[in-house]
Each structure stands twice: as structure tokens, then as C-alpha cells.
Design a protein around this ligand. Structure first.
Ligand SMILES: Cc1cc2nc3c(=O)[nH]c(=O)nc-3n(C[C@H](O)[C@H](O)[C@H](O)COP(=O)(O)OP(=O)(O)OC[C@H]3O[C@@H](n4cnc5c(N)ncnc54)[C@H](O)[C@@H]3O)c2cc1C
Length: 430
């Protein structure tokens, strides 16, 4: 029987664990925190087909809530853009979601081990063979045929891998979205139009905030690119209190900092005996930061790939999983990744200029990823803003190179070909 270790209770790791266990593999999951602490204390947007995509049974009726109508506000709060609500998405309580996955995992025979802190991977030659784990002050080494890294963006497993595996260990600070989220008490009647409003450069901070006015609470996100201080959070919250007089002081849920990787998929996230899923391989949508669907989908894809190969966990087989995630997920967001890198280089006045000149409209904010290099240059020409020209020309060049990046992705694992493709990938997206 093959042994699988899941590092961290990330969503993709739980999905992979469930599928492996159902096929009779021995699966142990190590998570550093206690069960009740897991899952963010708020609701997030997920694809409605989340469970279908992960090959899991649907949760009970009422688990999904409808998404809110939304708008983007220009930084000067003068223009609002109203994109269409995406009917393929729904809201889900993160605590309900993670508990549902734990229940399925237990029913499938996964051994869930909480309060076990993973310290590092164990490697022998060119293979990952296990994990070093600390529990109640004692350190032990556990071995397996496959380590599934589901420990999130700061994974100690990924960070401890030898450089020769070619797996990126660290994110640039500018590729991290720093967020603070909390639900405040709603103390009176009132609602904004629409209920969900996104603010860029709110209170002068480079980043994005939102306010969602619910029936019973006000959901506040304060976010910054590359960093966020308590002072910035306080400034945004105070400004929201002025704008929304029915927002009270009392925090009902959340009220803490969290981070999101906005790098796009790592190009390589497999080695002999090792595969990363979800945030540990930076699998989020670059503009929205959504990663739950991608994480759960990757967990299923990994399990399917290994099971179809009779439990072979060599890098050649795991590369098929890596390649499929790039082709079916990452490539969908290639344009967004270039756009995100460009947008994060803009100042508040540039964003307002784009809103005012109708370069950014509800259409662009709603359905992205459709401009050719030629169309970008045409937009740039309309702008006649010399300061922005070099970066827009660079954006157009990167968009023109996307076909080459896609075509160069190796079908089979060949270290030299993989290295050449990674160089192309990083030239376009870093
Ligand atoms: C404010 C905010 C809003 C978001 N909104 C959305 C949204 O609307 N939609 C969406 O799809 N996504 C959203 N995301 C992103 C989403 O949270 C992640 O993409 C998603 O959780 C997938 O990550 P994961 O499951 O791979 O890893 P994680 O959720 O990071 O899980 C990693 C697990 O590993 C454990 N772990 C870490 N280190 C160790 C260790 N040393 N030993 C043992 N265990 C360890 C952690 O405790 C954790 O349980 C949001 C994130 C934030 C912060």
C-alpha cells in the first residue's frame, strides 16, 4: 500500500487526501493548528461548481449564498463602474467549508493529525522521502511515497527543498496582497448602492479595500500591495465609519491580518515524491486573489494523475499534473497576470485617469483577458500619456509573447526543456 503525507490542512491537500484514501492509500495529514481554529472567519466567493470540480459530493442545501451586486469606485470617489454579477460564483462560509472537507476526509479514512508542526521536508538524493514534524516539544521524522504540500504560501516544506529541484521558494513582497478583514456590527438601517463597493487607493494607500453592506453586518476588507500597517487599517475603517453612519464599532467576526499570493502559478511545483497544491504553489487568480477553486481542483488532479499511474510518484508522472495545472488553470490567467503587474505599478491619479477616459470601464472590469497586443497599443495611442507609454508598450510585448510561453511548455519531463520554459515564463511574468 502506498503512503501519502499531506503537509498542512490546505483545501487542495484535503481534496487529494480524500481521493487517495478512497482508493485505499494510507493517508496522514499533519496540521499545526487545532481544528476549531481553521478556516477564515468570514465568507468568500467560490465557483458554484466547486465540489463537482473537486470530484466531491455537494454540501447541504443553503451552504452557498448568492453573490452581491458590486461596483468599483474611482480613487477620487467620483465614478462608479458596475460590472455584471458573475452567476457562476457564490459565497461560502470558510469555516463551514473547511469543516465539511474534514468530515469527508474522516469518512474516507484519512488520519487527521492536528497540533503537528511541520519543520521541513526530508530528502534523500533527488527524492523527497518524508517530513520532519514537531509535536508537544518532540520532533519525529515520518516517511512516505508522496508528500503533498498543502501548507500554504509560507510552506516550510517548499522552502526547505534543495535549489537543484528548481522550485521557487520565496515570493517577492510586491507579489503579496496584505489584507485585514472584519465584520462590523450594523447599528441602523441603510444600504449602499450597490451593497458591495471596491475602493482603489482608499485613504491614499496603494491597494484595494472593500465594504459590503449586509443585512446584519458590514464586511470590511482593507488591503495593500507589498505591506499593510495597523495605522492604514485604522484610517480606512474610520473613513468607512464616516461614509456609512450605520457601521458600528463592535467587531462580530474576523478582525485579523492575512495574506494572498498574487504571483500566478509557480512554474514548477513537483519533484520525485513531492507535489504542491493550492497556495503553496501560488495558485490564485492574479487579479481577484481567489484560490479556493484552484486549490481544490489541483488536489483532485494530483490524486487522479497518481492513481492513474498505479501510485507512481516519480517526477515524470508528477510533471503531468504540473503541466495540466498550467495548461488548464494558469494559462487562463496569463493576461490577468500581466495586467496585475501593470496595474500595481500605477499611482492613484493614473487609475482615475483610466476611469475618466473610459479606458477602464465596467466591461473591462467584468470580462478580462481579451486584448491583443495591437488593441493595447491602440488604447495606449488614445491615451497620449508619455509617462505611461513605455509600460504599456512593455505590456503589449508581453501579451504578444504569450503564445510562445504556451507553446514551449514541455509535454514530458526533461530538466533542460523545463528550465528553458521556466526562463521564458519568468521573463513574461516577473
Ligand atoms: C482576505 C482574504 C480573502 C480571500 N478571498 C478569497 C475568495 O473570495 N475566494 C477564493 O477562492 N479565495 C480567497 N482567498 C484566498 C484563499 O484563502 C486561498 O487561496 C485558499 O485558502 C487556498 O489556500 P490553501 O488551501 O492552498 O492553503 P491555506 O488556506 O493557506 O492552508 C494552509 C494550511 O497549512 C497549515 N500550515 C502552514 N504551515 C504549517 C506547518 N509548518 N505545519 C503544519 N501545518 C501548517 C495552515 O495552518 C493551514 O491550515 C482569500 C484570502 C484572504 C486572505
Amino acid at each position: 500500500m502506498k503512503n501519502i503525507l499531506i503537509a498542512g490542512a490546505g483545501h487542495g491537500g484535503l481534496v487529494a487526501a480524500i481521493h487517495f484514501a478512497k482508493q485505499g492509500y494510507s493517508v496522514k495529514l499533519y496540521e499545526k493548528r487545532v481544528r476549531a481554529e481553521l478556516g477564515y472567519d468570514w465568507h468568500d466567493a467560490v465557483p458554484r461548481r466547486l465540489f463537482d470540480g473537486a470530484g466531491l459530493p455537494e454540501p447541504p442545501e443553503g451552504t452557498f449564498l448568492p453573490p452581491e451586486r458590486m461596483a468599483y469606485f474611482s480613487t477620487a470617489k467620483k465614478i462608479k463602474l458596475y460590472p455584471d454579477v458573475d452567476p457562476t460564483f457564490a459565497m461560502i462560509d470558510r469555516k463551514v467549508l473547511i469543516e465539511y472537507l474534514f468530515t469527508l476526509a474522516e469518512e474516507s479514512g484519512v488520519e487527521l493529525l492536528f497540533e503537528r508542526e511541520i519543520l521541513s521536508a526530508v530528502c534523500e538524493g533527488d527524492r523527497v522521502t518524508g517530513l520532519r514534524v514537531r509535536c508537544a516539544g518532540e520532533t519525529e521524522t515520518v516517511f512516505a511515497d508522496l508528500v503533498v504540500d498543502a501548507a500554504g504560501m509560507d510552506s516550510p516544506v517548499r522552502r526547505s527543498l534543495p535549489a537543484r529541484f528548481g522550485i521557487e521558494k520565496e515570493l517577492k513582497n510586491s507579489d503579496i496582497f496584505y489584507g485585514w478583514r472584519g465584520y462590523f456590527e450594523k447599528t441602523g438601517e441603510g444600504a449602499s448602492d450597490p451593497p458591495y463597493i471596491v475602493y482603489f487607493f482608499h485613504c491614499g494607500k496603494p491597494g484595494m479595500d472593500w465594504m459590503i453592506t449586509g443585512e446584519e453586518f458590514m464586511d470590511v476588507l482593507v488591503g495593500g500591495f507589498g505591506g499593510l500597517t495597523q495605522e492604514q487599517v485604522d484610517a480606512s475603517v474610520n473613513d468607512f465609519k464616516k461614509e456609512y453612519p450605520y457601521m458600528g464599532d463592535k467587531l462580530l467576526r474576523g478582525g485579523y491580518f492575512a495574506r494572498i499570493p498574487l504571483r500566478g502559478h509557480a512554474p514548477v511545483f513537483v519533484a520525485n515524491g513531492y507535489a504542491a497544491v493550492g497556495d503553496s504553489a501560488f495558485m490564485t487568480e492574479p487579479l481577484s486573489g481567489s484560490g479556493i477553486g484552484l486549490s481544490m481542483g489541483s488536489g483532485r488532479r494530483l490524486a487522479d494523475t497518481v492513481i492513474a499511474s498505479d501510485g507512481d510518484t516519480s517526477v515524470g508522472v508528477l510533471w503531468q499534473y504540473n503541466r495540466d495545472c498550467i495548461r488548464k488553470d494558469a494559462e487562463r490567467y496569463y493576461f490577468d497576470l500581466i495586467l496585475k503587474n501593470f496595474l500595481s505599478s500605477l499611482c492613484a491619479a493614473d487609475i482615475d485617469f483610466f476611469f475618466e477616459k473610459h479606458i477602464m470601464t465596467a466591461k473591462e472590469m467584468g470580462e478580462r483577458g481579451k486584448y491583443s497586443a495591437k488593441e493595447i497599443l491602440e488604447k495606449a495611442n488614445v491615451l497620449r500619456k508619455p509617462k505611461l507609454m513605455p509600460s504599456l508598450v512593455s505590456v503589449a510585448g508581453k501579451v504578444a509573447s504569450l503564445g510562445g510561453v504556451k507553446a514551449a511548455l514541455p509535454e514530458e519531463y526533461d530538466p533542460q526543456k523545463v528550465r528553458a520554459w521556466v526562463a521564458k515564463y519568468n521573463k513574461t511574468f516577473r
